[in-house]
Design a protein around this ligand. Structure first.
Ligand code: 6R9
Length: 572
């Protein structure tokens, strides 16, 4: 589905002349922004925090933290002190050394950020976990990574099967009335007495930084390892794509348990010395708008599900807030429906810019830049220094408008360095020709814009026609009764597959045969006859990952009455 291209919004961008910069860009240019290119002393936490604490940004606010109870802010100098203290706590009481895995399992709070940075300063590999993980999910990850230290809260402790984790040597607890016996350490008490002086562990660019566990369609979640070198791309894309500048107030809504919440919730903004808003607690439309108003958020990075939920909350609530500080909005994680972009235009007067990347890619690769025309429904074009293409199953590049595997030429700075303990899995991502194969299917149009079609295994073949579930889902979402939609191919003896849609209805709508027919006709008229779902089933809620992706494999399992497999990344 192609909508008419919309014009560029505002000037003054880093990528003013995208085509020229794309043609000539070399990542070594971005490396020159870092002192390590001269000193040889590398540590991401130094570049993100200490460097600013020692320059004119010393008293600039680095972190605005807010939840239902806490309302705090920390300057770069204070962040340096706090992360040094946290580093000292981990070093002195938990013997954290370079290369150790330090996992963090707790809700967002300032201490989470102090300890993440403190652990990185020691050269440890951090492993952030979603607070909603249950015991099995926690165990799988700590076991596979052989985590030595876990930082958590007393409330979450009963989901940590300590006696089944022999590698786990210390548990740092953040909370009240902590008893320091056995392997338990009271974070707050130890922070009070910790020194603000910490000697940073200088590492190599190829040393481990962070492990993010991510689920595939089969097997247990795998640990995607990123190294310090990724900072080059975190910093550079935060300029090009997020368009971050000195006076911006930036808010990324993602949790650090998801790669977006680290690459762009911690590293990207702070590597650029930008004030970063972190909001804890649950999603709530009023609270979210209030945060934008109160902090004067200028650049906002979120995800389609969140935008759709805001959309579902109605436009009345928006009118209560002054959101005029916003100048740039971005989205990641799943297809951004043109419908949502239209809504964004209407209520914020801004286009929401889609960005495509993955846990494995570590940073943004294909994006709608603020400086270029965006095409709603398209993910945009590759960032300079990144070669993207559509390839067939043998690694041959396909011409424009042909659907195939979305692939990236190996070697961008933030590419994953390993799959933890699983070299075979790592190798399986690559194809002859040095292509990293994403597992997404897409096509590229004549102007070089990439259009997402689905995960490779989600694409539907019906009566010989290829149908991307996203297109159908997008169209379904335009129907006034549809709140959420997930589309799968259901095996069919005649047509190969037929299109089946699972739909959650907006409040105030009742399931009925008339409504089913109305929705079917709507898609048929709006998209194509072959794209209209032959079957529509209503459900109260659809299964989604915590980052908002409709879990089509769960829908498929429902449909075929098969086991649903690993659900550890599913939201509550
Ligand atoms: C950052 C992140 C990666 C998968 C990816 C794709 C989907 C991400 C998207 C998108 C359509 C976009 N995805 N961004 N699909 N348009 N702009 O999301 O990482 O959780 O590893 O997911 O998400 O299918 O392959 P991760």
């Amino acid at each position: 589905m192609k909508l008419e291209a919309l014009p560029v919004i505002r000037g003054n961008y880093y990528l003013e002349n995208y085509d020229e910069q794309y043609a000539s860009y070399d990542w070594s240019e971005a490396e020159k922004n870092f002192s390590w290119s001269e000193t040889g002393k590398v540590n991401l936490a130094y570049e993100a925090i200490d460097r600013h604490a020692e320059n004119f940004r010393k008293n600039k606010v680095a972190l605005y933290y807010r939840d239902g109870i806490r309302n705090e802010k920390y300057t770069f100098k204070e962040m340096k002190d706090q992360s040094n203290k946290a580093g000292n706590v981990l070093k002195t009481h938990a013997n954290v050394e370079k290369g150790d895995r330090v996992f963090i399992f707790m809700p967002r709070c300032p201490e989470l950020y102090f300890s993440v940075l403190g652990a990185i300063k020691l050269g440890a590999i951090i492993g952030p976990l979603f607070e909603a993980f249950m015991e099995g999910a926690v165990k799988d990850r700590l076991e596979d990574s052989e985590a030595k230290v876990l930082i958590t809260t007393p409330e979450l402790l009963d989901r940590v099967p300590v006696d089944q984790l022999p590698a786990l040597k210390s548990i740092v607890l953040i909370g009240e009335d902590i008893k320091e016996e056995g392997i338990y350490i009271d974070f707050r008490k130890r922070m009070e007495e910790a020194s603000k002086q910490l000697e940073i562990e200088w590492v190599d660019l190829s040393d481990g930084l962070i492990l993010h566990y991510t689920s595939g369609s089969t097997g247990k979640p795998k640990g995607v390892l990123h190294v310090h070198k990724a900072m080059v791309q975190h910093a550079q894309t935060a300029k090009w794509v997020l368009d971050l500048k000195e006076d911006d107030v930036y808010w990324c809504t993602a949790d650090p348990g998801w790669v977006t919440g680290t690459s762009y919730g911690i590293f990207g903004p702070w590597l650029n010395g930008v004030s970063n808003v972190i909001v804890g607690g649950r999603f709530n439309p009023e609270t979210w708008y209030k945060m934008i108003e109160e902090y004067g958020v200028t650049v906002w990075y979120s995800a389609p599900t969140a935008f759709r939920m805001l959309m579902g909350a109605g436009d009345e609530v928006i009118k209560k807030f002054d959101l005029s500080s916003l100048r740039h909005i971005l989205s990641v994680g799943e297809p951004l429906n043109p419908e949502v972009i239209k809504w964004g235009m209407k209520v914020f007067g801004l286009r929401i810019h889609d960005t495509w990347w993955m846990t494995e890619t570590g940073a943004q690769l294909i994006c709608n830049y603020p400086s270029m025309e965006i095409k709603p429904g398209s993910m945009g074009k590759p960032v300079p220094g990144v070669k993207a293409a559509i390839v067939d199953d043998q690694g041959n590049e396909l011409p424009p408008n042909r659907m195939g595997n979305l692939a990236i030429k190996k070697g961008w700075p933030s590419m994953m360095a390993a799959i933890w303990n699983n070299p075979q899995k790592y190798e399986s991502y690559f194809m002859p020709g040095d292509w990293y194969v994403s597992g997404d299917s897409a096509y590229m149009d004549e102007e070089g814009y990439f259009w997402f079609q689905g995960r490779v295994d989600d694409v539907i073949m019906t009566s010989g026609e290829r149908v991307g579930p996203f297109e159908v889902e997008s169209k379904l979402l335009e129907h006034p009764a549809v709140a959420e939609a997930g589309v799968i191919g259901k095996p069919d003896p005649v047509r190969g597959e037929i299109i089946k849609a699972f739909v959650a209805l907006m409040d105030g709508y009742e399931a009925s045969d008339e409504l089913i027919e109305d929705i079917r006709v709507f898609v048929k008229k709006g998209l194509a006859a072959h794209a209209a779902p032959r079957e529509i089933e209503f459900r109260d809620k659809l299964p989604k990952t915590r980052s908002g992706k409709i879990m089509r494999r769960v829908l498929k399992a429902w449909e075929l009455e098969l086991p649903t497999g690993d659900l550890s990344t599913m939201e509550d």
